[in-house]
Design a protein around this ligand. Structure first.
Ligand SMILES: Cc1cc2nc3c(=O)[nH]c(=O)nc-3n(C[C@H](O)[C@H](O)[C@H](O)COP(=O)(O)OP(=O)(O)OC[C@H]3O[C@@H](n4cnc5c(N)ncnc54)[C@H](O)[C@@H]3O)c2cc1C
Length: 320
């Protein structure tokens, strides 16, 4: 190759946008977009945009994306179904990875075990387990997240948490190196799995126990009824605060007289004190102001330090 040709090629590559550049190293089935609004990717429906939004089609694509970002010192974040996230109004700098393509959404039953991609919906996992007469995963039924998000949060309901059922998890570190860890080895705690702050979950194997389908179905119905008679249907991110040792956070908010409290289009739900719901046009700043108001009142009136369960990410919007 002549030197001028080489120079022309190099300058053609460097003139590509980050999305254009990334597209040259992954398969054409991947989604790669710039400035993706995250309000439509999160259940709270507020917040700014991701600089770079990617949906890898396969694990090698995911590895290539992690390495590409690592080579550029670009921050990386995972987003599942966005049901536990509050994205600030200035959005997210760097790459946001969503494992929503079919390769990552597989749910396969092998005996008493359910192998699920990190992008699989929790509802699909509990339905598939029920269809194969496997009990123990029905508590996942009404949690509107993905397996990856549930592992990161050790999501739970009705006295069960996902790590009660995890046999092993397939992980990638931020350089794309694969590792398989036992569920116990990941040391998950109450609504947290610290290891997944620095690793990407790509697959999990969960274990159920044999039981008749009718009994499992009955429990799923009961759980569903209990959930929808106590939580709002308006946009939210589920429980905002972790429960302190002394009192459930929802009851504390109610006792503080804050049910129905409002900042702009963000409001504490009347149905459940630990939910903040939003109206169309709300901002993340309004939700954050309401969260801070609740925390201040809990501290000053009850001496309780509330910790958020919702993951708060991204940058503040620039002041006008
Ligand atoms: C109406 C409603 C009801 C809810 N009820 C419950 C409930 O009963 N119990 C409960 O525990 N939660 C509940 N939630 C909260 C939420 O659904 C769970 O925390 C869920 O597990 C989050 O999954 P997600 O895919 O939406 O994760 P996201 O919100 O997208 O992400 C949550 C965290 O997980 C990380 N993450 C996502 N995917 C991966 C991955 N593959 N590898 C590593 N990290 C990853 C993200 O970076 C982020 O830090 C509720 C939410 C709503 C809106």
């Amino acid at each position: 190759m002549r030197m001028t040709e080489f120079t022309e090629q190099v300058s053609a590559v460097s003139e590509l946008s980050p999305a254009g550049e990334l597209r040259t190293v992954v398969s054409p089935q991947c989604v790669v977009q710039e400035n993706e609004p995250l309000s439509r990717r999160t259940t709270l429906r507020v917040g700014g945009s991701a600089d770079l939004w990617v949906e890898p089609a396969t694990e090698p694509d995911l590895i290539a994306m992690l390495q590409w970002a690592g080579d550029r010192g670009m921050p990386v974040m995972l987003l599942g179904r966005g049901s536990n996230l509050l994205v600030r109004d200035g959005g997210i700098r760097g790459m946001v990875i969503c494992l929503c393509q079919p390769h990552f959404a597989r749910v396969e039953v092998e005996g008493c075990r359910v192998r699920c991609g990190a992008g699989a919906r929790l509802k699909a996992v509990s339905n598939e387990a029920r269809n194969h007469e496997l009990a123990g995963l029905e508590f996942l039924e009404g949690i509107p997240g993905s397996v990856g998000g549930a592992l990161r949060m050790n999501a739970g309901a009705h006295a069960g948490s996902i790590f009660d059922a995890v046999v092993e998890v397939r992980l990638l570190d931020l350089h794309g190196r694969v590792q398989v860890m036992s569920g116990a080895g990941m040391e998950a705690g109450y609504r947290s799995c610290p290891m997944l702050r620095t690793h990407v979950a790509v697959e999990a194997v969960l274990e159920g126990r044999p039981e008749a389908r009718a009994a499992i179905e009955q429990r799923m119905k009961e759980f569903n009824h209990k959930r929808w008679s106590s939580q709002p249907a308006a946009p939210s991110a589920g429980c905002v605060f972790k429960n302190p040792d002394s009192i459930p956070a929802g009851r504390l908010v109610e006792e503080l007289g804050l049910k129905g409290a409002r900042v702009g289009g963000a409001r504490v739900s009347m149905e459940h004190g630990n939910f903040i719901v939003t109206e169309a046009g709300s901002t993340a700043a309004e939700v954050l102001t309401l969260i801070n108001r609740i925390r201040e009142k809990a501290r000053s009136e009850r001496g309780i330090e509330l910790e958020t369960e919702v993951q708060i990410v991204g940058e503040e919007a620039d002041q006008p």
